[in-house]
Design a protein around this ligand. Sequence first.
Ligand SMILES: [Zn+2]
Length: 81
Amino acid sequence: MNKEKAQKVLEAVLLKDYDQLRELNIIAFGNSGRQQMQTACITALDDVKGICNPRLSHNYCVVDDIGCPKCLKALIVLATA
Ligand SMILES: [Zn+2]
């Protein structure tokens, strides 16, 4: 993900603009617990794949559930680099 896209994604997450996230082709992933806690990960964040990829057999989450602290931190780093 490049800086420009990271800025758009970050803004959309902060504003809870889920239509914008879908328009940006953002895909979230996480199990049902992450769905309930709204701590889903963002799949397009290549930098944190190793930390955040839980290798789920079922993906319960949609962009509305995004909120993984590690993914958000990575997004901020990308957006402000
Ligand atoms: Zn994550």
